[in-house]
Design a protein around this ligand. Structure first.
Ligand code: ZN
Length: 155
């Protein structure tokens, strides 16, 4: 089973302020560590569930957040942005059997998460067929386009 993990930081345990998601702020290091730990846990769970190959998309800001040396051996880490239309699911294709979303959060305009937003740090929102869309929904639809089921979402 080939597994794709997309990881953001604003839904990672404990994040409550934009400073904690900003590489230039000293508060960031603690949450970079936590994001990495939660992705490692997801990789371990995927392996226990039978994953034979795991790709991880670092999907926050510069896409250079995860501490590569702490990821399990043989995990493929996708850093940076290629301009691929799947954005946070960049490189996902029909060869995967599962997608996991780690550190995801509520959509722009929601008050369910202090760092709620959709794809930008601003208040800009995305609507699909008149309904507000979260990053989860946008990327779950991207996964559906290539027939990959979303198996786990961690907010
Ligand atoms: Zn986000």
């Amino acid at each position: 089973m080939k597994v794709f993990i997309s990881a953001d930081i604003e839904g990672i345990t404990g994040t409550t302020h934009w400073d904690e998601a900003d590489k230039k702020n000293p508060d960031y290091a603690e949450f970079q560590e936590q994001m990495t730990a939660e992705v490692v846990a997801a990789c371990e769970g995927a392996t226990e569930a039978g994953a034979s190959e795991i790709w991880v998309k670092d999907a926050h800001a510069s896409a250079r957040n995860l501490i590569a040396a702490k990821l399990p051996k043989d995990v493929r880490l996708i850093r940076g942005w290629s301009g691929h239309p799947f954005l946070m699911a960049q490189e996902l294709d029909e060869t995967f059997q599962a997608m996991l979303m780690i550190g995801y959060h509520s959509r722009a305009g929601s008050n369910a998460n202090p760092l709620a937003h959709t794809n930008t740090g601003s208040a800009a929102y995305i609507k699909i067929n008149d309904h507000y869309a979260s990053e989860f929904l946008v990327h779950a639809y991207a996964a559906a386009l290539v027939n990959v089921p979303v198996r786990v979402v961690q907010f």
